[in-house]
Design a protein around this ligand. Structure first.
Ligand code: 9UX
Length: 72
């Protein structure tokens, strides 16, 4: 099924960080849409939950050096 979830991200300070989050999540199979909001310090992600999870996406963002927490 399709899920849309919010991931709070601490540590983004410029658009380069936003690009890093896109790169870190870009090869995750199952993500349909990801928007990264520098002002609100979050990402909104729509994905196929038979292929990935909000927790797995947050882990990939963590691996890129940010503090990512699934919000909902
Ligand atoms: Mo901007 Mo972020 O110079 O990882 S890229 S602070």
């Amino acid at each position: 099924a399709s899920q849309t979830r919010i991931i709070n991200i601490d540590g983004m300070t410029c658009e380069g960080c936003v690009a890093s989050v896109h790169t870190a999540t870009g090869d995750i199979d199952g993500i349909d849409i990801i928007t990264v909001d520098l002002t609100d310090n979050l990402a909104t992600v729509t994905f196929d939950d038979s292929k990935t999870s909000a927790e797995a996406i947050a882990a990939a963002i963590e691996d890129a050096g940010f503090d990512a927490t699934v919000a909902n």
